[in-house]
Ligand binder design. Structure first.
Ligand code: NI
Length: 259
């Protein structure tokens, strides 16, 4: 029996303060074999690292989300680089561009730190976890000008159209798919997923956010991933077991996860 890999979770979030340990310890018995906990702020990076030290099945991605880059410094980059030597640190992220709220911070500022953290990933020899919202063209431009194909990575919570997948496929990237795939208004994403090759798809929750149906609006966690697997299996016309096997193989390949 194959185990699900949740490639994007935020168990450091305060939404899990009341039951974090119990919940994480329950995952294995419910078929969730591995979790990558992703930092978004420097505090989130430190907490992700601590979780990866505490639990053998939790890995860490370290990086700073575009909306959290206002006070980012070179000392922070040094801290991430030093920790990235630890084999439990498997990616740099989430990093990227988010133009949803204009000038928060400015696009120029975001692009500077996106490029800086891609360089950091190349130095560390780790793949990228990319956050991109309402910034499709600039994201593709920065990724290609900074040669992101050298380190590879995943477009986390992929939300662009089928037509746009080509640029990101050409860069060798993977696509993180989660709860949004189960939403009734998720047609655009369903079309993109139909088009994507199965060997580029990863499962992710982005928990505590984006719980799949029928839990939409509630606190998300890795235990709801079978609901995403069910929809993916319908779209790809593959047995659920096969969806789990392939997505876990993909995650192990991209992030060099152990058995
Ligand atoms: Ni996230």
């Amino acid at each position: 029996m194959y185990e699900i890999t949740d490639t994007h979770a935020h168990y450091d979030d305060e939404a899990f303060d009341s039951d974090r340990d119990a919940l994480l310890l329950s995952l294995k018995d419910k078929g969730i074999g591995r979790v990558i906990n992703v930092g978004a702020s420097m505090r989130g990076c430190r907490d992700s690292y601590k979780l990866s030290e505490k639990y053998p099945f939790v890995y860490a991605a370290l990086g700073v989300h575009p909306s959290e880059t206002a006070e980012l410094s070179e000392e922070d980059m040094e801290w991430i680089l030093e920790k990235s030597r630890d084999p439990k640190v498997v990616a740099i992220g989430e990093i990227g561009l988010d133009y949803h709220f204009p000038d928060d911070p400015s696009p120029e500022h975001q692009k500077k730190w996106f490029a800086r953290q891609i360089a950091l990933a190349q130095q560390a020899g780790l793949p990228l976890v990319i956050h991109s919202r309402d910034a499709e063209k600039d994201t593709a431009d920065v990724l290609s000008s900074e040669h992101a194909e050298k380190c590879g990575g995943v477009m986390h919570c992929y939300s662009y159209s089928k037509e746009s997948t080509r640029d990101f496929l050409n860069l060798g990237l993977y696509f993180g798919i989660g709860g949004v795939l189960t939403f009734k208004n998720g047609r655009k994403l369903k079309e993109a997923v139909e088009y994507l090759p199965m060997d580029r798809i990863l499962l992710e929750t982005d928990c505590p956010y984006l719980a799949p149906e029928p839990y939409r609006g509630k606190r998300n966690c890795s235990l709801y991933l079978p609901n995403v697997v069910a929809v993916l299996s319908e779209i790809k016309k593959l047995p659920e077991e096969e969806v789990i096997r392939i997505t876990t193989e993909n995650a192990k390949r991209l992030f060099a996860l152990g058995d």
